[in-house]
Design a protein around this ligand. Structure first.
Ligand code: ADP
Length: 284
């Protein structure tokens, strides 16, 4: 599975990436973490990046593209990866497309965590307070002033990627204002629906919380019985994405319907949606 997590600072990318790593055994490639390590190790890249990062700016594209290219060649990336903090500009996204093409790798999806900007400053303040309480070192760019700049650069340089990936039918938007657990479940459901993960992985998420999501059994059923009849594919699509179009297998070929419906169902009313789906299934 190859994913990109997109979202402003404080949107929960790191938290969700960690959860995906544990669940799917893939690696998290965070350019922010890599750059911070380079700064700490005082490598040539780190020395160049240090002041730019401290001020909340973006380091030059070619620098991060080089880092990511090398990292994708490591054996642990072969099983799959989550890019967190990269790409952050349109040229980076274009370079990534080229890189993946050369390496014969295909991107499954870009997950955008959409959050209310007014909540972000508060979230980062809370993160900083918690880190301090644990005696951890706080990032030097986690101050109100620098965060404002990071948000501004997100808006100007990174937000255009939403359009970029939406045009390429890769974008899946999740409401990042829900609880961490809810966001995780939503991501899992979407990944199952587009066929990026097996339904049994999604089942784990629900089972862990004792949640009853009607999406899971239907998705599992259809991933086995796809092509056996129109009813099967219909059920899966409805159950997983509240839509009537694609089934996981087909969705791999044409993501359009799945992505559009996933986007639609990210309206922050997950409970209602589950009920509705259940009703529909009962009728079917
Ligand atoms: P955030 O929590 O703000 O999303 P990250 O940990 O991802 O921050 O990155 C921290 C800093 O590292 C950024 O503010 C930027 O200076 C630099 N950085 C990280 N990724 C990139 C990138 N893809 N392109 C340019 N600069 C980057």
């Amino acid at each position: 599975m190859r994913l990109i997590l997109l979202g402003p600072p404080g949107s929960g990318k790191g938290t969700q990436a960690q959860r995906l790593v544990h669940r799917h055994g893939i690696v998290q490639l965070s350019t922010g973490e890599m750059l911070r390590a380079a700064v700490a190790a005082q490598t040539p890249v780190g020395l160049k990046a240090k002041d730019i990062m401290a001020s909340g700016g973006l380091v030059p594209d070619d620098m991060v593209i080089g880092i990511i290219s090398d990292r994708l060649d490591q054996p642990d990336a072969a099983k799959g990866f989550i890019l967190d903090g990269f790409p952050r500009t349109v040229p980076q996204a274009e370079a990534l497309d080229e890189l993946l093409k050369k390496k014969h790798m295909r991107l499954d999806a870009v997950i955008e965590l959409r959050v209310n900007e007014s909540a972000l400053l508060q979230r980062v303040e809370t993160r900083v307070a918690e880190m301090r309480a644990r005696g951890e070192e706080v990032r030097i760019d986690d101050t109100q002033e620098v965060l404002t700049k990071r948000l501004a650069s997100y808006r100007t340089l990174t937000e255009p990627l939403i359009h970029y990936y939406s045009e390429r039918r890769k974008l899946l938007t999740v409401d990042g204002m829900m609880t961490i657990e809810h966001v995780t479940r939503e991501i899992s459901r979407i990944l199952t629906a587009i066929g990026a993960v097996e339904a049994k992985a999604a089942k784990k998420v629900g089972a862990a919380k004792g949640a009853k999501s009607s999406a899971k059994p239907a998705a599992r059923k259809t991933s086995k019985s796809a092509g056996k009849g129109p009813g099967a594919s219909k059920k899966t699509a409805r159950a997983s994405l509240k839509a009537g179009k694609p089934v996981p297998q087909r969705a791999k070929k044409s993501l359009r319907g799945a992505l559009a419906s996933a986007k639609a169902r990210t309206a922050a009313k997950p409970r209602k949606t589950v009920k509705k789906v259940t009703k529909k299934r009962a009728k079917a």
